[in-house]
Write a protein that binds this ligand. Structure first.
Ligand code: GLV
Length: 325
């Protein structure tokens, strides 16, 4: 039987590549950068399957270039980069990589929360600059964490993991979600509240919703105005959930105390003015960047694509309707 032709749009951990190479002809983008639009369209031609990244926009134009494609395996849990409706219409299965990055992402949300509240980066910066003159009672006073209220916006897998890790810090937990989350309610006594109440009552607001038309710019000036002036915003989901220019203004004006961001509205760019603010901690979309998480994502993407190539239901298929047509 002819070996399926697979393309991987950027180098990923070896484990998944090895799996694919057992039965497929695999080509990989040789450059350490995302493919340009033209390169992506060119690369996908005549392929049977694609492992793509959150930096690849998979839309009808890409699908037109690959009429024989049997599946898109996204190397990410988020899949807002893929026109899912279009793929479904064409009967093309699409998968993501849930679970393997849940803990890593929740840990990153905590890293940002602590770094922002306890001013870790500012303090690190002054140490490295040689400008520190020694201990002082009024230096780097930040926000308390223990006993403060944690607001989880979107209590899915990652939001739940983030919330559960608050137990040691004795934090009351509020959450918003479409449906009640029994795990959070039983383990933490968490309360499902309205978005309004969450904004008003939380000392830390951590975003864990996917990017959808309904969550685009969920956090804008009006949301910041309804938060506590002492509150911190943490975002490890998708940049466009936050109106970044309005966040810069809110941080400048002191509408909120600080922010910890792993994702940006127009990656890899940051909104003007963000980089010069001291009350924001910025990481480079690295929430899933641990060894086990990234190798798990690699294996998942490969297993999903292999199933699609065999015509079987992919374990993490996000448009299972394609199998019932
Ligand atoms: C990372 O942002 C992911 O969606 O996996």
């Amino acid at each position: 039987m002819k070996r399926p032709r697979v393309y991987i749009t950027r180098m990923i951990p070896k484990e998944g590549i090895d799996l694919l190479e057992e039965s497929c002809l695999v080509d990989i983008n040789p450059e350490d950068r995302p493919l340009s639009r033209e390169e992506l369209i060119d690369a996908v031609r005549d392929r049977d399957g694609l492992v793509c990244l959150l930096t690849d926009r998979i839309d009808s134009q890409v699908m037109d270039a690959a009429p024989g494609i049997r599946g898109f395996a996204n190397f990410a849990v988020g899949f807002d980069n893929i026109d899912l409706k279009e793929a479904t219409k064409r009967g093309i299965p699409v998968s993501n990589t849930p679970d393997v990055l849940t803990s890593a992402t929740a840990e990153m949300a905590w890293a940002l929360l602590f770094a922002a509240a306890r001013r870790v980066i500012e303090s690190d910066r002054i140490m490295r600059s040689g400008a520190w003159k020694g201990w002082g009672p009024l230096q780097f006073i930040g926000g308390d964490v223990t006993g403060k209220t944690l607001g989880i916006v979107g209590a899915g897998r990652i939001g739940t993991a983030m919330a559960v890790k608050s137990k040691g810090f004795h934090m009351p937990v509020l959450y918003t979600n479409e449906s009640p989350n029994p795990t959070l309610e039983e383990i933490l006594g968490a309360r499902k509240v309205t978005f309004e109440e969450l904004l008003k009552e939380s000392d830390f607001v951590s975003i864990h919703v996917p990017l959808l038309p309904s969550t685009h710019h969920l956090f804008d000036r009006s949301a910041f105005m309804r938060m506590k002036r002492t509150a911190y915003l943490i975002n490890t989901s998708r940049g466009p959930v936050v109106h970044e220019a309005e966040l810069v203004a809110a941080l400048k004006e002191g509408l909120i105390a600080g922010a910890g961001l792993d994702v940006y509205e127009f990656e890899p760019k940051m909104a003007e003015g963000l980089a010069s603010l001291d009350n924001v901690v910025c990481t480079a979309h690295t929430a899933s960047a641990t060894k086990s998480s990234r190798s798990g994502m690699s294996v998942k993407a490969a297993r999903n694509l292999l199933a699609m190539l065999r015509g079987e239901r992919a374990p993490d298929c996000i448009n299972p309707e394609v199998y019932t047509k």
